[in-house]
Design a protein around this ligand. Structure first.
Ligand SMILES: Nc1nc(=O)c2c([nH]1)NC[C@@H]1CN(c3ccc(C(=O)N[C@@H](CCC(=O)O)C(=O)O)cc3)C=[N+]21
Length: 284
């Protein structure tokens, strides 16, 4: 078998043109969704994602501000800025690019953001809502994966989903979202014994471990769906957690890196910002 490749960038483009229409409609009601991205320090990889976010916002006609702070910014200064953005009625989405420098407590930052403006979906109150199956801001990467699977008409109910990686950003929340869709979910991680024995059983294999080429075709069941969430820079090039060429021969569907999950992450961020603006201004 040679898998069908699910191009996230193509789907992202489609969804963004729908969003552009929606942003235009909202402007007639004097609602102008605005995202503020805060970045601390000058990590080049982080800068490149942030630029992607700015470009995507501009494409859907959305306002987006970038606040660049020096590496030396204190936690109190950052929390004061977040307070200010929480109170600014023109701002609907606040994203602090992670990771933050070591002298700043990331959980304190996440919890300082008003849950109504938490377009990353990382605030414990929004995480709790997701866990209990309530409508809220879902974390962008998990949400993007869900939308990709749905658009490809992949059956989720009763499917055995195996997730490699248990971060709060991807591994844990994607399992929760798919559990809410009635999938059977297995979480694997760095301490899992005999990883392959688990991945080989997956109908849908989601790999978010952050290790280049951690898995290959030999770890994949014939006909499985492979979602590669890895963003690894190897010799300056972006690669995933799955060896694409060998996995493609075994899988039924596979996402590439780049042009897979990444562009969907940004798209769901824009979706969440529009949703936040509509809720804050109480419009449909
Ligand atoms: N608070 C917070 N929220 C995040 O959502 C967040 C974050 N911090 N920190 C960093 C990670 C990483 N991330 C990516 C988003 C898009 C691409 C993306 O679009 N990648 C393109 C290629 C980009 C390139 O070539 O550099 C692609 O896969 O095709 C990648 C990575 C969001 N993150």
């Amino acid at each position: 078998m040679s898998a069908e490749v699910i191009y996230g960038n193509v789907l992202a483009e489609e969804l963004r043109s729908e969003m552009k229409q929606e942003v235009q409609e909202l402007s007639k009601q004097n609602v102008y969704p605005k995202l503020v991205v805060v970045i601390i320090g000058e990590d080049p990889a982080s800068m490149s994602y942030v630029k992607g976010k700015q470009k995507a916002s501009a494409k859907v006609g959305m306002d987006s501000d970038l606040i660049e702070l020096p590496e030396s910014t204190s936690q109190d200064e950052l929390l004061a800025l977040i307070e200010k953005l929480n109170g600014d009625d023109t701002v609907h989405g606040i994203l602090v690019q992670l990771p933050v420098p070591d002298h700043i407590d990331d959980q304190a930052v996440i919890e300082a953001i008003d849950p109504k403006k938490d377009v990353d979906g990382f605030h414990p109150s929004n995480v709790g809502k997701m866990l209990t199956g309530q409508d809220t801001f879902y974390p962008c990467t998990p949400y993007g994966i869900l939308v990709m699977l749905k658009r490809a008409n992949i059956e989720l109910e009763g499917a055995h989903v195996v997730i490699v990686g248990r971060s709060n950003l991807v591994g844990k929340p994607v399992g929760q979202l798919l559990l809410n869709e009635n999938a059977t979910v297995t979480h694997c991680h760095s301490r899992t014994k005999d990883l392959r024995s688990h991945t080989k059983k997956a109908d849908i294999l989601i790999v978010a471990a952050g290790k280049a080429d951690l898995l290959s075709g030999e770890d994949v069941k014939e006909g499985a769906v492979v979602i590669d969430v890895g963003v690894n820079r190897v010799d300056g090039k972006l690669t995933g957690d799955v060896e694409f060429d060998s996995a493609k021969e075994v899988a039924s569907y596979i996402t590439p890196v780049p042009k897979g999950v990444g562009p969907m992450t940004i798209t769901m961020l824009l979706h969440n910002t529009i949703k936040a603006a509509k809720q804050i201004h109480n419009v449909q």
